[in-house]
Design a protein around this ligand. Sequence first.
Ligand code: GLY
Length: 371
Amino acid sequence: MMETVHVGLGARAYDIQIGPGLLGQAGALIAPLLKRPQVRVVTDENVAALHLETLRAGLKAEGIEMEALVLPAGEATKSWPHFERTVEWLLAEKVERRDIVVAFGGGVIGDLTGFAAAVLRRGVRFVQIPTSLLAQVDSSVGGKTGINAPQGKNLIGAFHQPAMVLADTEVLGTLTARDFLAGYGEVVKYGLLGDAAFFDWLEAQGPALAAGDMAARIQAVKRSCEMKAEIVARDETEQGDRALLNLGHTFCHALESATGYGDRLLHGEGVAIGCALAFELSARLGLCAQEEPSRVRAHLAEMGMKVDLKDIEGDLPDAEGLLDLMAQDKKVVDGQLRFILARGIGAAYVTADVPRDVVKALLEEALAARG
Ligand code: GLY
């Protein structure tokens, strides 16, 4: 049942292995990368409680010894203090240039550990073992690593590609329904940005996939990774096309910032709402028919996901306030905000040519609908 997606980056190329039960096979899969039979693993308390012993057994089956650093779960871990602790632990464990560090967890652990690996001894190799759907289809692939700064999310970091990604789709069975659906927001994003047939497939298979259909889960992770791999191979350091992966993210980042990057709005939920808003904006600008945003919304609603600003509980800033937050986006170039718009489902493109008053009117209406 294992599928492989290759990320074609020349000397930094690697494979993403996708399938159920990969934790148990981790030793056999990682062994070819090792110069000595040991790895150091960074994880969080939640993942450790559920899956660390399975990983340990999978490594031990091939005679690979493992020590783990278990960090607190949550976004606050993606910060200088935990970064310092991680780097110092890896040094205390005498991790060498030729060793492998394993990032075992969701996006927070993957980003933090990847960044620690990027700077440790000026760069050691690392393997991503993503345990959330969001990390399997997005953050573990493509080499973006980093931590948050007091000034904003992901402002400190480096591009450092993993040596391998192991996406065990069985592990997804331990996610809460809310976390699973948040990750699904990123899956839908791939269909919307560049593959209309994949979106058609998700409309048909999404409910089965959410209910636990393993073949559908593998296919969804595989197609998402293929699309990301293809874009990253074209534009590793986001000089152009890689920004397509940020469909929905300009709105999402403003909403996450307004809601405090926490439980009120998970990142993937913000991406889903952001994608619906980006399609609505595209229709208003005459780029696509109104049926397109309606179809996006209908699918998100059918999946039981957050679709609109009215699905976010509590206060939100007014339209001007949200526009101000959008202006903090990393995609701002020369003070000009860039959006990912679409000429239809599967046909997104990057542009700076978006009249501010159209965005403002859209946000005002979406806020008014909150009652
Ligand atoms: N998550 C967007 C990217 O990797 O470029």
